[in-house]
Each structure stands twice: as C-alpha cells, then as structure tokens.
Write a protein of this length. Structure first.
Length: 184
C-alpha cells in the first residue's frame, strides 16, 4: 500500500472526504459505489465497485461466444476498465483502464460504429491502446436501471473489415442482455 501523506478526520456522521486528487486519479465520480474491506491489521480499504465486474465469468463466456460466432474481437467494459475480452491476448486489454473517448461513447448512450474503409476514425479502447490497428468498431452502451454502466465492443483489425447491421444488432442485443442481467 502506498502512503499519500494526506490525513483526513472523520466527521460527526462518520464520513471522511476522499481528496480530489485521489478521486481524479482513480476516476471516482460523485455517486460511484465503493466497496469497503477491512484486513487483519485494522486497515480499511475502499475499492470502486463494478457491478459488471461481479459477473466477469459470465462476461468472459459471452465475449467468447460472440468471438466464435462473428470472428471479431469482443469486449465488455464497465465505466472504468475492460472486464472481459476474447479474440486478443489477455494481457492486451483485460483489466486495463478505458480511454476517455470510450468513456464519452458510453455516456452518449448511443451505439457508435467506425469503418476505416468508409473514412471513419477509430476510437482507442484503453489508455495504452493505439487505435491505429483497428479497421472497424462497434460500441454499444450497456444501460441498467436507466444508467449507462458500460459497453459491448466489437473490434476488427482485418483489412477491409466492415461492421454492418449484423454486428450492430449483435452488440446491441448483447448490451441489452447484460443490462437486464444487471437489473436482477
């Protein structure tokens, strides 16, 4: 664990303020749920809660099924990181923080497509990702209880690949199913 040198007092209601610099660095926004853990040494640990992360094995199976059916890289992300990805090396995307562009696409609540063949521009998936390798993308936000909580992505690196109606419908259907699963 890394010390920050910041000290905060607990108020009369038992609250403590998480400093703005830490919230910004960890991408904690107002209203974000946090899990609270304690360890044997008496430390209290706060961790961002990801409802989609709770179903990571389901997400992995789902992306694997989509990859096998369509042959495109399939990912499920929450608002912070890649939860599951199939069709790529696990280290390439899994558990990596998502890009600002992808955050904005999720917040827009609209399915977005990109096809290089039609002159479009690719969106980076992660902060470390160089979007130049993608030739086609579909990003479909996952909506649960009226909130945009993540997205289903289909990606291709094949020359001449194009995301059409089939890929859009698959991504939207998958996002809808994951969203309904989260509401239960």
């Amino acid at each position: 664990m890394k010390a920050t040198g910041i000290v905060r007092r607990i108020d009369e209601l038992g609250r403590v303020v998480i400093p703005k610099e830490i919230r910004r660095t960890l991408r904690i926004r107002e209203g974000d749920p946090l899990e609270i853990y304690t360890d044997r040494d008496g430390e209290v640990i706060l961790k961002k809660y990801s409802p989609i992360g709770e179903m990571s094995s389901f997400a992995k199976d789902y992306t694997e099924s989509i990859f096998r059916s369509l042959g495109h890289i399939a990912c499920i992300v929450d608002r912070d990181q890649v939860i599951a990805a199939s069709g790529v090396n696990k280290k390439e995307l899994w558990d990596k923080p998502i890009s600002r562009d992808l955050e904005q696409a999720i917040a827009s609540r609209q399915t977005q497509t990109f096809n290089r063949q039609l002159g479009g521009k690719a969106m980076s998936v992660t902060n470390e990702d160089d979007n130049s390798g993608y030739t086609a993308q579909v990003v479909s936000p996952i909506i649960a209880d009226g909130e945009a909580i993540g997205a289903v992505l289909l990606l291709s690196r094949e020359q001449g690949a194009k995301m059409g109606d089939t890929e859009i419908k698959v991504a939207e259907t998958a996002a809808g199913i994951v969203g309904r699963q989260m509401e239960q």
